[in-house]
Design a protein around this ligand. Sequence first.
Ligand SMILES: *Cc1c(COP(=O)(O)O)cnc(C)c1O
Length: 381
Amino acid sequence: MKPIQMVDLNGQYQNIKAEIDQAITDCLNEAAFINGPQVKQFQQNLASYLAVNHVITCGNGTDALQIAMMALNLKPGDEVIVPAFTYVATAEVIALLGLTPVMVEVDPHTFNITAEIIEKAITPNSKAVVPVHLFGQCCDMEPIMEMARKYNLYVIEDTAQALGAKYTFSDGSVKSAGTIGDIGCTSFFPSKNLGCYGDGGAIMTNNEELGVKLQKIANHGQAKKYYHEMVGVNSRLDTLQAAILIIKLKKLDEYAASRNAVAEKYDQAFASIEGVTIPKRQSNSTHVFHQYTLKLEGIEREGLKKHLEAGGIPAMIYYPLPLHKQEAFKSDRYNEGDFPVSEALCSQVLSLPMHTEMEDDQLNYITSQLLAYVATVKQYV
Ligand SMILES: *Cc1c(COP(=O)(O)O)cnc(C)c1O
């Protein structure tokens, strides 16, 4: 059996090596390292894959979120609603721009925020909300969009973990994660579902005016070289990374299918075990399984994690601390116990190895090791 990894980046590369190596060699020969033709090509390919009007590539997913926030004319004191249970980047850029991140609870089954939860946090200062499609499944976007329209909130989707996931509206129409709100933001960090071989990110929108503005902000606030209409940033996707992403985008649906196959095997093995909850699937969203995350109740997480690791199986805790308990976001606004679901999840979740090159013997070994641990601890209770 091959050694088990959380994400097998090299295994994936080996299967597309000839094409990738050729694309990199072409880039080296062309030497258009910044804004080469591959960047535009990838933007077009991603826009047509997602069926969205504008895709603007940038340096990473955190930059994507920052540029999105900068495009909305928000002013200090404006509030942006974010989940308490997410990766820090979502809230970080809001604080960095002098805006106020307002954390909210998440749903205990999907780990995502809902329209109901958001509505409770709305004040006259609320200007925007960031639904994070955590672990690869869409937030329930239809009610979120209705609620946002009612209160005049911008919706910025953080789809760093859910690129390729699809959401079905009640009228049967289907949209890709990241193309439902006013702006969508994603990351091409190597371990993301569409990962490059370094840093990368993108912003998408169907709004023409925002599309033009986002492009300017990402490029020093200029549309014409050396004429700066606004204060922007320098955030670019390298040509080399774009060339790699052109190849990997063609594989994205196939990769999602491989991840789903792994998830189904895990589901079958763990569905009926007391104390272990498998990830809930929503009927109106596909799941692209950026992470396969179990919820443990009555089974000691550290013990299980150590047991798996001793057997050569990595397992990760995404995330160990909710945002409102992070030192960086300490505020009088929040107290311990404010978000009991988010706080409980931080001590219950465990993510298992999940990638596109998982082999059957690896999967069988992982499930049998986990089941063996659960059986042993149950003997003593
Ligand atoms: C990875 C990630 C980001 C940030 O992406 P980077 O490319 O690492 O800056 C933002 N939000 C979420 C939910 C993420 O998972």
